[in-house]
Design a protein around this ligand. Structure first.
Ligand code: 7TS
Length: 420
């Protein structure tokens, strides 16, 4: 919500953002839920899809359905064109210099597991350290625990402060020549904290560590430039940025990807197979074994087109204004405790309401057509830090409005009545 050096923010002449036009692009927003207009405040979980994405997926099955990279017929050519076209779009979206550094994955979880098992497993030795933060989603914890068990490496964790920000002094203190991998989220899914990752990456590099950034929650909101960040790996999920489920991206530094062993074996990831020896395909195909989610990737390309057709600065300014409004309005409700008040936040408002368990609050809100997520948000260490079992989380996207927040506030008053 506050301008930062590492996040491009609106300049004084930021053009107006037409939220009504954006909302009209998302058919599901006219859906009735329990007979009430849908108020969708769960985009950190998964975002809704614009018509262009729904159409791109449908078009693939109507006009291009075939397997990629391996047939001579026209449909396969079309399918391959769509698939490789999305890779190029993803490279542009992340400002990666070379589309070959874009591995198409099943999503963020898949990308992190790939890096942990391919890069991590081949370089880590007993005594090495993997540095995580207390803000991480389970997807950026458990894959590292698995590879730590396999290799004898140790996991270190940077603490967070009471605002929900990574402690910068502790981060530097925990970096050492033993640190081989730093894996950190760009934006926290539970609290919305934007981490100062550009500085964190530079500090990690100064100690010789390789950095993976979990960008699942950043991609729908922030402009991402992997060259400017100078990160080694950046992972994201299509479904959180208005694309289909089951697809995503792993960006990797070219020299690292080239040196890494394959993650999975199968079709398309080889250049020559004999029982004596198999030669692997070049990057990124070496990491893309088997028939992928081609329809999903076609839709993902349309989602990137959609996002890039927007004035991203104006979109972010709109989201920031709605988050600021939400924070102020929800804070006014008696018995509310906001969890996570980082100085730099995007997209997420987590809170507790005295007298109502988050799950019960979520059920009452759902009855009024309001979709939020309640629980620990796959970020149990964050809940442990605040000594709470769960929160109510309203998460925002470009299509949310102040009216959605007014509905949420009315809904929370109803929750208070029910549990008074
Ligand atoms: N990393 C972060 C920061 C996330 O927010 C999520 C999903 C993941 C990784 C995993 O992404 P996936 O697409 O591979 O499943 N976060 C959430 C959430 O906040 N609510 O539901 C899923």
């Amino acid at each position: 919500m506050t301008p930062t050096a590492h996040v491009p923010r609106p300049r004084s002449h930021a053009p107006a953002f037409d939220v009504a036009k954006v909302r009209a692009d998302f058919p599901i927003l006219s859906e009735l839920v329990h007979g009430k207009p849908l108020v969708y405040l769960d985009s950190a979980n998964t975002s809704q899809k614009p018509l262009s994405v729904i159409r791109a997926t449908d078009d693939y099955y109507r006009h291009a359905n075939a397997n990629i990279h391996r047939a001579t017929h026209l449909l396969s050519e079309r399918a391959t064109g769509l698939y490789e076209g999305s890779r190029k779009k993803a490279a542009k979206f992340l400002n990666a210099a070379d589309p070959h550094t874009i591995v198409l994955t099943k999503g963020t979880t898949d990308g992190i597991n790939l890096v942990a098992q391919s890069y991590g497993r081949s370089v880590l030795k007993p005594g090495d350290e993997i540095l995580l933060s207390w803000l991480e989603h389970h997807s950026n914890i458990v894959p590292w625990q698995l590879v730590a068990e396999q290799t004898g490496a140790a996991i270190k964790v940077v603490p967070i402060n009471d605002l929900g920000e990574i402690d910068p002094e502790e981060y530097v203190r925990l970096l050492s020549p033993r640190t081989k991998i730093v894996a950190v989220g760009h934006v926290s899914n539970a609290l919305g904290t934007i981490n100062p990752i550009k500085a964190m990456i530079a500090q990690a590099h100064a100690h010789g560590a390789v950095v993976l950034v979990d960008g699942a929650q950043a991609a729908p909101h922030l402009v991402i430039d992997v060259q400017d960040l100078d990160c080694d790996f950046y992972v994201l999920s299509s479904h959180k940025m208005f694309g289909p489920t089951g697809t995503g991206v792993l960006y990797g530094r070219k020299q690292l990807l080239e040196a890494m062993p394959p993650y999975q074996g199968g079709g398309d990831m080889i250049s020559n197979v004999t029982f004596e020896k198999t030669l692997y395909n070049q990057i990124p195909y070496k990491f893309e074994a088997g028939t992928p989610n081609i329809a999903g990737v076609a839709g993902f390309g349309a989602a990137i087109d959609y996002l890039m057709s927007l004035d991203r600065e104006a979109a972010l300014a709109h989201e920031d204004a709605v988050l600021e409004y939400a924070t102020a309005r929800v804070r006014e409700i008696p018995g509310v405790r906001i969890i996570g008040e980082a100085r730099h936040k995007t997209g997420v408002l987590s809170f507790l309401l005295e007298g109502a368990h988050p799950h019960d609050a979520g059920t009452v809100l759902d009855q009024q057509g309001i979709a939020v997520r309640t629980g620990q948000h796959c970020a149990q260490p964050v809940m442990d830090k605040f000594c709470i079992p769960a929160t109510i989380r309203a998460s925002l996207a470009i299509y949310n409005t102040r009216e959605d927040i007014d509905a949420l506030v009315r809904g929370l008053h109803k929750v208070r009545e029910v549990f008074a």
